[in-house]
Design a protein around this ligand. Structure first.
Ligand code: URA
Length: 233
């Protein structure tokens, strides 16, 4: 891999800034200053230092983010703060959120640079479960439950796939769906005569939102979480 690409992937700056820094002699490879950005290195074996700091390369990174309401699930946006803006030092320029949550939805969002895994998790044919906690405007009843479990008409080509419903309180349920249509949960509840007043994703496939993770924070996935998610690949 080229030295400038390696340093970019380590999230150390823009390609042009990094090129300048390499030319200025701020980068060493195996204790020798290297001034050619295009020089190839072995990212697994070579010891690279940038401004005296050791750079370790990971091709793929995986974070669990507890998305707060009020920010958008995008990599950039002209008006709103994005989920990637929450990543300070750890921000690599190849990170993206796996799927979208509405601006007012909170909860679990996987942030990675692994396009293959993202594709597998989002592919409709894989039927990956997404579980949401929903607070509702009106009390939830058995009739609504049966309808959601059977599948409802939200104006798409076909009915929604059967959902799994757990009633937690009069106005609080969890809903597990295997699709990801635009505003799907809100539209499903609307169709059965209710309205969502608060929505939080608590699980995606094998990955459950860490209850210790404060809103707006993120952490790396554990080895076990990565392994279990990888079973979707
Ligand atoms: N369904 C919705 O309605 N909104 C979300 O953010 C996610 C699922």
């Amino acid at each position: 891999m080229r030295l400038d690409k390696f340093l970019c992937d380590c999230n150390l700056g823009t390609r042009s800034q990094i090129k300048k820094d390499i030319k200025a002699g701020l980068v060493t490879v195996n204790a020798h200053a290297v001034r050619r950005p295009e020089q190839h290195i072995d990212e697994k074996a070579d010891k690279v230092y940038y401004k005296g700091q050791f750079c370790s390369y990971e091709p793929y990174v995986y974070y669990m983010l507890h998305k707060p309401a009020g920010i958008v699930s995008a990599t950039e946006d002209q008006h709103d703060q994005t989920v990637l803006d929450l990543f300070g030092e750890d921000r690599r320029n190849d990170l993206f959120p796996v799927g979208r949550l509405d601006k007012d939805t909170e909860g679990l969002l996987l942030i990675t640079n692994d396009g293959v895994l993202a594709h597998e998790l989002l592919s409709p044919s894989k039927h990956v479960e997404k579980e949401y906690e929903c607070h509702l405007e009106k009390p939830f009843d058995e009739k609504q439950k049966v309808l959601l479990e059977q599948g409802v008409d939200i104006g798409e080509k076909s009915l929604t796939k059967p959902a799994v419903v757990r009633i937690l309180e009069d106005n609080k349920i969890t809903l597990t769906i295997t699709e990801g249509k635009f505003h799907q949960v809100k539209r499903m509840l609307h169709t059965v005569g209710n309205e969502v007043t608060y929505l939080k994703r608590i699980r995606m496939g094998t990955l459950t939102l860490d209850s210790e993770l404060p809103r707006g924070s993120y952490r790396r996935l554990t080895e076990e979480e990565k392994e279990r998610l990888g079973e979707n690949k």
